[in-house]
Design a protein around this ligand. Structure first.
Ligand code: AKB
Length: 320
């Protein structure tokens, strides 16, 4: 019998919304409580319980955990790299305080298991750029990266010191068609598909040869659920696991799009996010995740491009 009661904080966001739906499918609609500071899409709102909650409002989060007898928390609320550079203190406050609230509730045994996402942003300009190892130099130069790196250290600390069962993945850029991302550096790889369908052209805010690690949403959701379902003893890394699927540049993505849309045109006008991208790895070594909990991906660049166009076209039909 399923005894899990799940709370997703940040459920209306890009990853949170799809993760919530998948968890509802797996554990039953009533056993997965979605929460966010703002309402989510129609499917999220109508398929199970939804609560308005600020991730930094400790009494509210604690009350929800008591009310629904929550066992597992997925803390998906965060301010991403681009936005965080514009409001550093607000980003630090959200990204760190929300994590402390959940880690402390787990320490007090009010919840059993925690999922908290980290990012490739934990790496910095001094990190080896190709096949970035699990353990390496980490000197992040962005507010978002600093908060994620600090978060990783705290997760490991709470595991070692208090036995908190916290699990984490360093997401690469996540590409999806259901919910738009907000404020990330890898967002160009989503915008490009929307603009290709709308106007047949796209102006990239990253330069043509900027290589970044990326992943299709379906693989990211699978990884998130797999790491949470793995036996505790298999989770050897309690800071956060490297995770990889594909690596491409804006130019390579544009050529793939051109295969399906020969008239598509791209131009490049890099903005402040170029410096962020330049400080991140180009590709990631995820052998630890493969070894410890059998991680593998399904979507490569070609499959991702097809899935994005198909998904966006279905969305457009639904909207009309
Ligand atoms: C961002 O671009 O900020 C995020 C990330 C890589 O964590 N997508």
């Amino acid at each position: 019998m399923n005894s899990k009661k799940i709370l997703i904080i940040g459920a209306s966001g890009q990853i949170g919304s799809e993760l919530s739906l998948k968890l509802r499918e797996l554990y039953g609609n009533d056993n997965v409580v979605a929460s966010d500071i703002k309402e989510g899409n129609e499917e999220l709102m109508s398929s199970g319980p939804f609560e308005i909650a600020d991730a930094t409002d400790q009494p509210r989060i604690e009350a929800l955990i008591e009310q629904y007898k929550i066992t597992d928390v997925y803390l998906m609320a965060a301010m991403l790299s681009g936005t965080a550079e514009k409001m550093p203190m607000k980003a630090w406050d959200l990204n760190m305080n929300s994590l402390f609230i959940i880690l402390n509730l787990a320490k007090e045994k009010k919840i059993e298991k925690v999922y908290w996402p980290s990012s490739i942003a934990v790496f910095g300009p001094t990190t080896p750029k190709q096949d970035t190892p699990q353990t390496t130099i980490m000197e992040p130069s962005t507010v978002y990266g600093i908060s994620k790196q600090a978060g990783e250290r705290w997760c490991e600390y709470y595991f070692n010191k208090y036995g908190v069962d916290v699990r984490s993945i360093r997401y690469p850029g996540i590409i999806s068609y259901k919910t738009l991302p907000g404020g990330g550096t890898t967002d160009y790889a989503i915008e490009i598909f929307h603009e290709a369908l709308k106007t047949g052209t796209y102006t990239s805010f990253l330069s043509e040869n900027t290589s970044l690690p990326m992943m299709f949403m379906e693989d990211a959701i699978k990884a998130t659920i797999d790491i949470m379902q793995a036996p505790a003893e298999n989770i050897k890394v309690r800071s956060s696991y490297n995770l990889a699927a594909m690596t491409f540049t804006p130019k390579e993505l544009a050529s793939e799009i051109k295969k399906q849309m020969p008239d598509f045109k791209i131009s490049y006008v890099p903005d402040f996010r170029q410096a962020i991208a330049d400080s991140w790895p180009a590709s990631i070594d995820d052998s630890e995740a493969k070894k410890d909990w059998n991680w593998d991906f399904e979507y490569d660049l070609e499959k991702l491009t097809t899935a994005m166009f198909e998904g966006l076209k279905v969305n457009a039909v639904k909207e009309n």
